[in-house]
Ligand binder design. Structure first.
Ligand code: FAD
Length: 382
């Protein structure tokens, strides 16, 4: 079932009811699978996608869909993680991905709440302000837009809580990813089967054979975009993380908290994210436990009556880069998308045709499963 009760996906797809043969079979109807399947179709492959439950289900369905640069950190810490050159490339490339997702949803008239509302990272104290200064400097050097804000500037966007200052990212966008993914599947006429889990598979001469309850699919290549599921031993290299979203009842106080439609995020290691959606206030946390304190801190004097609450898990490698590449002769992984997983999924999916054709580039070299050593063939699912 889709995790997010507020923005349901209406388009549904049939179950597989017969045996079939395809050039490529994609497993998993989240953002990673849909992105892979549609790029494969555009590249001329005969491709089908099977989904255990419904397109835009688990992580993609739950997601806030905020489109930000990179793969989950700020740019300055990314220099330590990937080196300056690769981090800069990733930031530049993902800046283009944000524009592409926003444009694609608008051009295709996909009803997924697309907005380029911008976001503001807020600092509570001097130490966080120093990090913001450094981040602003790094973005500027790279030519990406950012605006340094004083405490009083930030109050124009978030009048209720006193922050020391902030950094405005005007290019940040937001879509509802499950509606975007299913909308893309519809406009590009992808061949999709829902309620069709992969239950068994085997590699055979020239390809793979996949068993589902409705029929057997033979394909030359298999793409696994199954997020949290075991995948050829790659699960030893990702952790499961999760977020939970609290949505208020509709309230007239939305404009008191957010005079403009900006996304606010805090600078803690496990960030909090706040934004308005229509007449509701939204708070996203990594985990429940301190939500009463946080609601009182971020929304002082405003009654935040929780109307809906949902959460989900995603897979994330320790090096903050997804696992995208061949895990065996006929099997390619597109997993480990992390907390910036909408952008990462869209980007990773765009590389799948090239990977299947035997090519590579700086991103696929960075994201290759081979970075963990050769544990290919360790098994597909439990
Ligand atoms: C609450 C929350 C908020 C988030 N906010 C943001 C955000 O603001 N910005 C951002 O970029 N990212 C965000 N993320 C992260 C992002 O949503 C995920 O990283 C991304 O959606 C992962 O996509 P996916 O396709 O890999 O996984 P999923 O969406 O989980 O898709 C995997 C699919 O595989 C299917 N599957 C698994 N096994 C099988 C099988 N055997 N047979 C057939 N199908 C199978 C599953 O049913 C599922 O549909 C958030 C995540 C959560 C939970």
């Amino acid at each position: 079932m889709q995790a997010n009760p507020l923005w349901p996906v209406e388009k549904r797809f049939p179950r597989l009811k017969n045996d079939t043969r395809k050039e490529v079979l994609v497993v998993g109807g989240g953002m990673a699978g849909i992105s892979s399947a549609l790029r494969l179709k555009r590249a001329g492959f005969d491709v089908a996608l099977i989904e255990r439950d419904e397109v835009g289900g688990p992580a993609t369905g739950a997601s806030s869909g905020v489109l930000y640069y990179g793969s989950g950190t700020n740019l300055v810490p990314a220099y330590d993680l990937f080196g300056e050159e690769k981090a800069n490339k990733l930031w530049k490339e993902t800046a283009g991905v944000i524009e592409e997702i926003v444009k694609t949803s608008r051009d295709g008239a996909i009803d997924c709440g697309t907005r380029t509302c911008g976001s503001i990272m807020v600092a509570k104290n001097e130490t966080e302000m120093e990090e913001i200064d450094a981040e602003f400097g790094a973005l500027k050097k790279l030519g990406l837009p950012g605006r340094l804000l004083s405490g009083s500037d930030v109050r124009a966007y978030f009048p209720l809580t006193g922050f020391k200052g902030g950094l405005a990212y005007d290019a940040v966008g937001q879509v509802h990813p499950a509606r975007f993914a299913s909308g893309m599947a519809r406009t590009e006429d992808l061949e999709i089967y829902e309620q069709t889990p992969l239950i068994e598979w085997k590699e055979e001469d020239g390809g793979v054979q996949v068993k589902t309850p409705g029929g057997v699919i033979r394909a030359s290549d298999l793409v696994l975009a199954t997020n949290t599921e075991p995948c050829f031993g790659m699960e030893n290299h990702f952790e499961l993380e999760s977020s939970v979203i609290l949505a208020s009842e509709p309230t007239r106080r939305v404009r008191d908290v957010f005079p403009e439609e900006k996304i606010l995020w805090s600078m803690e290691e496990k960030y909090d994210m706040l934004y308005p959606r229509g007449d509701r206030l939204i708070l996203e946390l990594y985990a429940l436990g301190e939500e009463d304190n946080k609601l009182a801190y971020y929304f002082p004097g405003v009654e935040f009556k929780i109307a809906e609450q949902w959460g989900e898990a995603w897979s994330k490698p320790a090096d903050w880069i997804p696992i995208v590449g061949k895990v065996s002769k006929h099997v390619t992984s597109a997993i480990g998308m992390g907390d910036q997983g909408i952008i990462m999924s869209w980007l990773s999916g765009s590389k799948i045709p090239m990977i299947i054709n035997g090519g590579s580039d700086w991103f696929t070299e960075m994201a290759s499963p081979s970075r963990f050593g050769n544990n290919q063939g360790a098994g597909l699912t439990n």
